[in-house]
Ligand binder design. Structure first.
Ligand code: 13P
Ligand code: SF4
Length: 347
């Protein structure tokens, strides 16, 4: 997509921007002077345009480091991003993340323009289930509450009783089990099994689930755990809750991205291994340069579809396909289930 021309930064403005980016840790992540010199004019233009267009840029922790460090106004896990988006005052939101996250921002801000820069920013979990699948499941299990992961479309959210994220799924399911013998958790099968184990519920009978999988988290190899422990004595291995249960069984900690960062911050170990999308390791390394991180991660092609160029283009000349729309009736029903999450997560 061609970028419209705007004012170019002066040499001094580029040099100041390079310094600012280094202050945010991009040099320590391996950005060479030539990389920084290429990134700085783009981040400079985005930040200038962002102020001019009264826009705010939320970014998920899996986004490219130059997006997180260079242009994001706030970063976080899915829960923190949805909470912050519910309070946004800016006129438009340029969401650096994947479609279900941008849709959530739109549901919470129906009057604002929400832009999703990259076309290919889907999610295999969100694509694994449709609203008609949920309606069929509700017919099959009448009276069983539907708890859906935030990694779902607006239409699926609208059919759900409550939304959860990796940060609050266990707490909200526990609350649901106080009033119900069975709960339907959609759509992540691995996360469903991990949660059933954590809550002491029978998978498939007390905690029912769908067969959605995340392409990033489903394939981590449990055989790697013993090798890593031998190579890095004392290593703490942390896995995202979407990882396969055979892997999760062997690790020191399981949770969402915010829980993983908190665990690292609050413990003292010689090495940490964050088994998830690679962006989290980059956020952790810049936030905690004194700790040692051993890589074992995969890239999410959907998260990485957003580039600085696509953010600049969306701000300069948003295309119709970049404007996130949600049918008002769907948005209203989905908002109820998201707000129920806020209520239960903070109860
Ligand atoms: P978090 O909410 O833990 O950041 O997870 C989002 C996600 O898409 C994980 O793959
Ligand atoms: Fe979806 Fe997996 Fe990518 Fe997260 S990492 S956005 S769950 S495909």
């Amino acid at each position: 997509m061609p970028i419209k021309s705007g004012p170019e930064p002066s040499a001094k403005q580029v040099a100041d921007e390079v310094r600012r980016l280094c202050g945010k840790g991009l040099d320590s992540l391996g950005f060479a002077p030539a990389d920084l010199a290429a990134v700085a004019p783009v981040t400079w233009r985005i930040n200038r345009l962002k102020a001019e267009k009264k826009a705010v840029i939320p970014a998920h922790v899996y986004q490219r480091p130059e997006v997180v460090a260079g242009v994001a106004d706030f970063t976080g896990d899915s829960y923190a991003l949805s909470k912050r988006c519910a309070e946004v005052r800016a006129e438009r939101i340029v969401f650096c993340g994947v479609r279900f996250m941008a849709e959530t921002a739109k549901i919470l801000n129906p009057a604002k323009e929400v832009l999703l820069p990259a076309k290919d920013s889907g999610c295999t979990l969100a694509d694994s289930i449709t609203a008609s699948d949920v309606r069929a499941a509700k017919r099959k299990y009448p009276g069983v509450p539907v708890v859906s992961y935030i990694n779902t479309t607006a239409e699926v959210k609208a059919e759900s009783d409550v939304i959860v994220t990796s940060a609050n799924a266990a707490k909200i399911l526990r609350l649901m089990f106080e009033d119900h013998k069975r709960v339907l958790f959609l759509p992540d099968a691995w996360m469903g099994s991990n949660l059933a184990r954590q809550l002491g519920k029978k998978p498939g009978s007390e905690l029912l689930f769908w067969d959605g999988k995340c392409i990033v988290h489903e394939n981590f190899d449990p055989a790697m755990v013993a090798l890593c422990r031998r190579t890095y004595p004392g290593v703490k291995i942390l896995a995202h809750a979407e990882c396969n249960p055979a892997f999760v069984e062997l690790v020191d900690f399981v949770g969402g991205t915010a829980d993983m960062l908190r665990y690292v911050r609050e413990t003292d170990a010689p090495y940490y291994m964050l088994v998830t999308e690679c962006g989290l390791g980059e956020v952790a390394r810049t936030a905690m340069p004194e700790k040692h991180f051993i890589p074992m991660c995969r890239l999410c092609p959907y998260m990485k579809a957003t580039t600085l160029q696509s953010v600049l283009q969306a701000l300069e000349d948003p295309q119709p396909w970049q404007k996130v729309t949600v049918d008002p009736a769907v948005a209203e029903a989905a908002k109820r289930s998201i707000e129920r999450m806020f209520e239960l997560a903070e109860s």
